[in-house]
Design a protein around this ligand. Structure first.
Ligand code: NDP
Length: 495
């Protein structure tokens, strides 16, 4: 960096506080088109914003380290997991989903948990949420779901009619609605929040064997949430409360730590398991598949520059290392397309070259060349086509001599019976785990009452009485008394 002020092209300039003007005496003057600094300053300012993420726009971010705490080499060949004590640098971005980048971060919403692990075998992105399930299981519904949670096309404000109309029409989301309107819909701090893969993934071994896994990231500080009233109050007083809390804690050396676990399922168990493991609206109950710890995560460094480190960060479930592979969950498969596609739109085709997204391990991908804003050496004169005899491409090999394959190549998976089927119709089964969560809420005094208050407070914004009654019916399918109590609380508040 130069020791003195220059223009962006490096040319020294006399002053950056005044434009060049033709003056007549001490009064104002005419600015000149030849004032390159003025033109550049104004032109660059107009172009400072890049497209905002259509979802997950508001976020906090930090760096940290993932450390292996327990041996898991029996279930995965992932290099970053192969030795107890091994450490991997991590970038974490925690967001709300629906509202815009400047919105209040304590509003009721699912919270996104996007993590980039810069492993010694390439980047691994975990793009999780603070809930273990999701609203839909068919990816074609994803844009509709999100629009229904955003602003109404006419009024330009969030709209309860639209929100509940979507959920009445797509009742498979009931389990996730139960999470959203519980206390966990309004975390009191990002340091006191858990995260879950939701999706089923695979842990793979080099000989082709694999296990299905779900990831759980649990705060060592314990879960803490705001009540609805406090969340609203804090949103008004400090819309950046959660961002600031994480930043301050890390600045003060008060580093938050999470334990990282997996639930592990053998493929044969999946064939006869009562829940479709590729359905993102379902959990694997802990009693069936207990948590097994693999590591811990410590966030210990704030970004030096929010835009370059966090805003330009791009995460995708498709970014995977050998030893981890996708499952047939349709939502996961669709996200593996949609996230890199969003990054190409938002950041450009060479987004992987940006420092925050670049792998810390060696990269050789000469079949991805040129494009806007290519600031690499562009692989010089290496062949830009496959099958070259002039410079043959070499591939990494595993200890058993087989190729250490990219994790998305999962030809060893055998497709069998029900585990591979995908149910789209909504049945009473879809309400069973929601009912299970209702019982879990009952373990904590006052939580069920707060849940009813949270739903009623939102539902009272529905102006169409017919729709309100459809919502009461929806919750009655979880438990009849739940629907009745929500109805009583909502209608009383409208009197
Ligand atoms: P368990 O009875 O074994 O444990 C209940 C789990 O619920 C806890 O481990 C905790 O997960 C979570 N939990 C506790 N309080 C709340 C809350 N206020 N809001 C949301 N989650 C809470 O659970 P099961 O595995 O048999 O599942 C019962 C229900 O618990 C499910 O229907 C599901 O909605 C919910 N749950 C289950 C998870 C799973 O992966 N099995 C994960 C999270 C929730 P944690 O320790 O992760 O905080």
């Amino acid at each position: 960096m130069a020791s003195h002020y220059t223009l962006a092209e490096g040319c020294p300039y006399a002053s950056n506080v005044t434009s060049v003007q033709v003056r007549n005496g001490s009064g104002g003057g005419l600015v000149l088109l030849q004032d390159t600094q003025l033109i550049e300053t104004l032109a660059h300012f107009s172009r400072e914003r890049i497209p905002e993420r259509v979802v997950h726009a508001k976020a906090a971010g930090a760096y940290g380290v993932f450390e292996v705490t327990h041996d898991c080499s029996d279930i995965t060949s992932a290099s970053f997991l192969n030795t107890v004590g091994k450490k991997t640098e991590v970038l974490l971005r925690i967001s709300t989903v629906g509202p815009e980048r400047g919105s209040a971060d304590t509003v009721r919403d699912v919270h996104g948990w996007a993590m980039k692990l810069y492993t010694d075998e390439g980047n691994l992105d975990w793009v999780f949420n603070n809930t273990p399930v999701f609203f839909v299981r068919d990816p074609i519904k994803f844009p509709s779901l999100n629009r229904s949670h955003k602003r109404h096309p006419r009024t330009n404000v969030p709209d309860a009619n639209m929100f509940w109309d979507f959920h009445v029409g797509n009742p498979e989301g009931i389990h996730q609605l139960m999470h959203l309107f519980s206390d966990r819909g309004t975390p009191a701090s990002l340091r006191h929040m858990n995260a879950y893969s939701g999706h089923t993934y695979k842990f793979t071994l080099e000989d082709g064997r694999f296990k299905y896994v779900k990831f759980h990231i649990k705060t060592q500080l314990g879960v803490k949430n705001f009540t609805r009233e406090t969340a609203v109050e804090v949103a008004g007083e400090n819309p950046d409360y959660l961002v600031e809390d994480l930043y301050r804690a890390i600045e003060e050396g008060n580093y938050p730590v999470w334990n990282v676990y997996v639930q592990v399922m053998d493929p044969h168990e999946a064939e006869s398991y009562r829940w479709n493991i590729f359905d993102m609206t379902k959990v694997w109950p802990h009693k069936d598949f207990p948590l097994r710890q693999i590591g811990k995560l410590t966030m210990n460094r704030n970004p030096q520059n929010y835009f370059t480190d966090i805003e330009q960060a791009a995460f995708s479930p498709s970014t995977m290392v050998p030893g981890i592979a996708p499952s047939a969950d349709p939502m996961l498969q669709a996200r593996m397309f949609a996230y890199p596609d969003a990054a190409r739109y938002r950041l450009g085709v060479n987004y992987q070259q940006l420092p925050t997204n670049a792998a810390h391990s060696p990269v050789y991908c000469p079949f991805q060349r040129d494009g806007f804003m290519n600031f690499s050496t562009n692989y010089g004169d290496d062949p830009n086509y496959v099958g070259s005899t002039l410079r043959p491409t070499t591939f990494a090999t595993a200890t058993n001599g087989k190729g250490r394959v990219a994790s998305t190549i999962t030809e060893h998976e055998k497709w069998v019976g029900e585990a591979s089927s995908f149910v789209t119709s909504v049945t009473d089964e879809d309400f069973e785990q929601a009912a299970g969560l209702w019982e879990v809420l009952g373990r904590e005094p006052g939580h069920q009452e707060r849940f009813i208050g949270n739903v009623a407070d939102h539902l009272r914004g529905v102006t169409d009485a017919r729709l309100r009654y459809m919502v009461y019916e929806l919750f009655s399918r979880v438990k009849v008394s739940l629907g009745t109590r929500i109805q009583a609380a909502t209608e009383a508040s409208l009197m």
